[in-house]
Design a binder for this molecule. Structure first.
Ligand code: ATP
Ligand code: MG
Length: 279
């Protein structure tokens, strides 16, 4: 299955989120049925990240956006959980500090992008500046409406310098969100996650969906595509994202760097000697 093609927002196309089923599992009935594919995807992801790190040529930036309880944390655990922590980083974006707010909106973003060989996941991202900022009118329309072009130019510059960019919108239904909030209420270990604003933000659900549609339409490009990931089923969400990351990394045609020394000579010099010494 070509997950990349199936869930990518085609550049220049119109997007209607209400026409995309958050409960889609591509005909797979449950996690058990997909288990073999999940295990294989995770295994391959680990190998590819090792290659990325060793080759030290490309970088990978993954942007995660979702409504509250959309599954950003779970996705991060899942995707990064199968990678070597050396070479991976998670970068959260909260409301800007005073210093950040005193700069242009991309100032805080650029300096935390991945270096060569590295995988970085943005937990929220510069897109908040055309999402929450737009929905709550934190700046005037005249200001936020220019940001789409700024984002495209910024991402193009990153891509041109070797950063692969994948942007995932975890698409959940409004009902599923309420269900997940309810489960948090029942689980004392998750009480710290609950805030009143989780509920009050639900009044803005439709505004957020419009803001997401606009952002995804305007900023899904060849060099930095957006994907709408059906996310009501966590196992399917994880599978699809693993697969898309895998497909992207495969396309880089990475190779382990050649040895920098004469391996046979080293073996001969140190190991043959050690054996000869009886040690
Ligand atoms: P969780 O999903 O687990 O609750 P979180 O990412 O929501 O984690 P919080 O500390 O709850 O973390 O929320 C961060 C808040 O910061 C979000 O409400 C988000 O909208 C807000 N935020 C992020 N970037 C900006 C921005 N540029 N301007 C204003 N608010 C922002
Ligand atoms: Mg939150």
């Amino acid at each position: 299955m070509d997950y990349t093609r199936k869930y990518r927002v085609e550049p220049g196309s119109k997007l209607r989120l209400d026409r995309i089923d958050p409960g889609d599992t591509d005909g797979k009935s449950d996690k058990q049925q997909a288990r073999a594919e999940i295990v294989q995807a995770n295994q391959r992801l680990r190998e590819l990240q090792y290659l990325l790190y060793a080759e030290n040529r490309h970088a990978l930036l993954i942007c995660l956006q979702a409504m509250d309880a959309g599954g950003k944390d779970g996705t991060i655990r899942h995707v990064l959980g199968h990678m070597n922590p050396q070479g991976c980083r998670v970068q959260p974006f909260k409301a800007p500090t005073e210093e950040e707010a005193a700069h242009d909106f991309l100032w805080r973003v650029h300096k935390v992008t991945p270096r060569r060989g590295e995988v970085v996941i943005f937990n929220r991202s510069h897109y908040e500046d055309v999402l929450v900022v737009r929905v709550h009118e934190l700046v005037r329309k005249k200001v936020w409406s220019k940001r789409y072009a700024a984002i495209n130019a910024f991402e193009k510059q990153l891509a041109d310098s070797g950063v692969r960019i994948l942007k995932f919108f975890l698409h959940i239904s409004k009902e599923e969100q309420l269900e997940r909030f309810g489960k948090r209420l029942e689980d004392a270990s998750k009480h710290w996650k609950i805030s009143e604003s989780d509920y009050s933000e639900r009044a803005f659900w439709d505004d957020y969906q419009r803001a997401y549609e606009d952002a995804l339409e305007k900023c899904s490009t060849r060099h930095a595509p957006w994907f709408v990931i059906p996310a009501d089923h966590k196992w399917y969400r994880n599978l699809v994202i693993s697969r898309i990351v895998q497909e992207t990394l495969e396309s880089l045609d990475m190779k382990l760097p050649p040895a920098r020394v004469d391996i046979d000579a080293i073996r001969c010099k140190y190991h043959a000697l050690a054996h000869g010494d009886g040690g």
